[in-house]
Ligand binder design. Sequence first.
Ligand SMILES: NC(=O)c1ccc[n+]([C@@H]2O[C@H](COP(=O)([O-])OP(=O)(O)OC[C@H]3O[C@@H](n4cnc5c(N)ncnc54)[C@H](OP(=O)(O)O)[C@@H]3O)[C@@H](O)[C@H]2O)c1
Length: 256
Amino acid sequence: MSSPLFDLTGKRALITGGSRGLGKAMARGFAEAGAQVMISSRSAEELQAAAAEIAEGLTVRVEWSVADMADRAQVRALAAEAEARLGGVDILVNNAGINNPQAIDEITDEVWDKNVEVDLTSVMGLTRALVPGMKARRWGRIIHISSVLGVGGRLKRNVYCACKAALIGLARASALDLGPYGITVNCLCPGPFLTDMPGKLLNDEEKKYFADRTALKRWASPRELAGPALLLASEAGSYITGEALVVDGGAAINTL
Ligand SMILES: NC(=O)c1ccc[n+]([C@@H]2O[C@H](COP(=O)([O-])OP(=O)(O)OC[C@H]3O[C@@H](n4cnc5c(N)ncnc54)[C@H](OP(=O)(O)O)[C@@H]3O)[C@@H](O)[C@H]2O)c1
């Protein structure tokens, strides 16, 4: 039998961007720990397939819902739908994100606005909508998926770094707002994880460079974020709040 510290039986989790990559891996980790799970993204087809994969071999419920995090009305609707279909949301993982590299003197207003909307504003909007239910139940776990680029920098990642750093500030402030209600708010800061996002953005030389920067000398598989997420989502992490947990195979400590 698994440790009760990590048991999510009876808990209901919403994971945005759960159709692939890190979101899907965290959703599977929560489902394995006994949680009912809802995933969201913009693609019904991808969500349906991902929900079946997440539920495979398990008895828990896996729901899915299409919602574009660039659209504030859809963000509000997702919160209402998750509460209605799951009967409440105890664990929220704000994972959906985009990354459109542009140098500081090349950033267009359009790219800036879209990235800020998806990577930052939707996180505030969804959290704001789901916090009242958590407060009423006096229990909640909120996890924002930031990045090592939220604590450091990288060329041409201006809007991405700005949003990911802002999530850490947001988590710290709301941890203080919500602590009295038994709700923790934290960030996970992943390093190089092999998903579509870096797969599309980086060439082979950059991919090798990223692996070489880590202490472990390799990229992570998405599954390797499921454990850290489970820590922050469960009783095991009950006294961790306002933190930014770096999960990067030792890349950020490698300064020279
Ligand atoms: N992979 C890494 O190395 C790494 C490192 C640090 C941080 N992160 C962060 O981790 C999170 C997940 O990244 P990933 O690597 O798993 O990326 P991914 O494979 O590209 O997955 C991104 C997920 O977000 C969804 N999404 C994107 N735009 C959306 C929108 N406007 N509305 C709703 N859903 C949207 C995608 O589905 P649709 O496109 O179908 O909507 C997909 O489910 C992101 O916040 C990313 O910044 C990743």
